[in-house]
Write a protein of this length. Structure first.
Length: 434
């Protein structure tokens, strides 16, 4: 059934402690007591059993929505030890890190996991992070992206400072590495001065996969120049298609192969045995949204604005262009509110689950139909699946939708390789012996 030549979906599982719905923690089935690592371990093993490409962890270096979150690299390193195939993607901000640290930590995860690491490169969008790093506010949007671009150059420069075949391990002649195979970087830029070399060698996939999230004009430029995978948010097919076309054209315009960049929008799906059961499951979560929580979520997602002084049953006020948040999401949410004439309450209810990402509520066939349409009509190369509530929402997807996609020949039934690049169909970067 799985003709190997047929183009297939790439699917990641974007995991959050209780699930993606903002009220998931209040759901009767959500385990608030269990050991957090054991909870994630069970989910990642389930995702690996379903042959997913990767698990994905977002991050903020501040307490967000009141929910504690483990540091992704630490968590992924532990998960690497209990898995064999699945890719391990974590977020590290370019705004509050140093590139040497990021290069080294992800190269270490790549070594520990034998080529399954991915770095989600972001510019911080959560305003309260600044105050954990000696600042009152983030630096501005353009400045964050300029730093991100140089950050990427340093990180990949450090990774590429090692040849794939550097090790000779010649005890007799007293030589660990072939001369010239490990090079200094000597980067001197506007934001960073980094000598190198990195103190971690290359991995089975060369170096970690680079994922990029951020879809404003500056975000798209960065994605086209740097990303292996783009994670993006689109509520409906037309905007996803326009984004897909735009990114693939930008990639081609700078001489990169458009097939070597995978576009994976988020997908928030509630799966039921019937359409009515799926709607009921969603309604249970929607009823648990507290107004102050919904308002805070909306305020943050729409660019870090405090909406508490506005009539919750009135229209969304006009807001200035965000400088410390996500411009693409601000646009998306503003379009949504204007397009459907939503009040503030209706808008936060609308995004309480998927935060503006593509949302499907229905049977496994309905969800698979939508995924197939986005895939075949050039809106997506794959999806980052966002379970409404854990573990039930993930199990529904892995045990219902994934087999349905496999039956249609749209998704693998076994891993063909062992690296994340292999799963994604991406070439190995860098160079062997120069
Ligand atoms: C789908 C998606 C996921 C994102 N995940 C994170 C994240 O986990 N942590 C973070 O700090 N920023 C995250 N961001 C925001 C990025 O940091 C982005 O670089 C920044 O907010 C600017 O977004 P913009 O290009 O749309 O203005 C995400 C953005 C998108 C679109």
């Amino acid at each position: 059934m799985n003709a190997p030549s047929k183009r297939q979906l790439n699917i990641g599982a974007f995991l959050m402690r209780h699930g993606h719905h903002v009220a998931a923690w209040r759901h009767p089935d959500t385990d608030l007591e269990g050991n957090v690592f054991q909870v994630f371990k069970r989910q990642v093993l389930a995702a690996e059993k379903a042959c997913l490409d990767a698990v994905f962890f977002a991050d903020s270096v501040a307490l967000t929505n009141g929910v504690p979150a483990l540091e992704p690299l630490t968590l992924l390193s532990a998960l690497a030890a209990v898995t064999e195939h699945i890719g391990l993607i974590g977020t590290a901000t370019t705004t509050y890190n140093e590139p040497y640290h990021v290069a080294r930590k992800f190269a270490s995860l790549d070594a520990i996991s034998q080529g399954r690491a991915g770095w989600n490169l972001v510019t911080s969008d959560n305003a309260i992070e600044a105050q954990n790093f000696g600042r009152e506010q983030h630096v501005g949007h353009a400045e964050r992206y300029a730093r991100a671009r140089e950050f990427y150059d340093v990180v990949t420069g450090l990774w590429n400072g090692w040849d794939d075949d550097a090790a000779v391990n010649d005890k007799a002649h007293g030589q660990l590495y072939r001369p010239g195979s490990v090079r200094r970087l000597d980067h001197h830029g506007e934001h960073f001065s980094v000598a190198g070399p990195l103190n971690v060698a290359r991995s089975a996939q060369g170096h970690p996969v680079v994922v990029q999230a951020g879809s404003s004009e500056a975000g798209r430029t960065l994605a086209a120049a740097t990303a292996d995978v783009v994670f993006t948010a689109h509520p409906a097919l037309p905007s996803a298609q326009a984004f897909y076309r735009d990114i693939k054209q930008r990639v081609a315009a700078i001489g990169r192969d458009p097939d070597a960049l995978k576009i994976m929008p988020g997908l928030f799906a509630v799966v039921g045995q019937s359409e009515a059961e799926a709607q009921d499951k969603f309604a249970v979560l929607q009823e648990l949204v507290q107004p102050e929580v919904g308002l805070a979520l909306l305020g943050r997602m729409i660019g870090n604005f405090d909406l508490s002084g506005h009539d919750i049953d009135g229209p969304l006020p006009e807001l200035p262009l965000t400088n410390d948040g996500q411009r693409s999401r601000q646009q998306l949410l503003t379009n949504l509110a204007q397009g459907e004439n939503l009040t503030i309450r209706q808008l936060y209810q609308r995004i309480a689950g998927g935060r503006g990402h593509f949302t499907v509520i229905g049977t496994k066939q309905t969800v698979a139909d939508q995924m197939q349409q986005w895939f075949e009509e050039e809106a997506a190369d794959g999806f980052n699946f966002m379970a409404p509530q854990l573990p039930g929402g993930l199990d529904d997807f892995l045990q219902g939708v994934v087999p349905e996609l496999q039956r249609r020949g749209l998704f693998r039934t076994a891993y063909a390789g062992s690296t994340l690049r292999g799963h994604l169909g991406l070439p190995k970067p860098g160079r062997a012996h120069a």
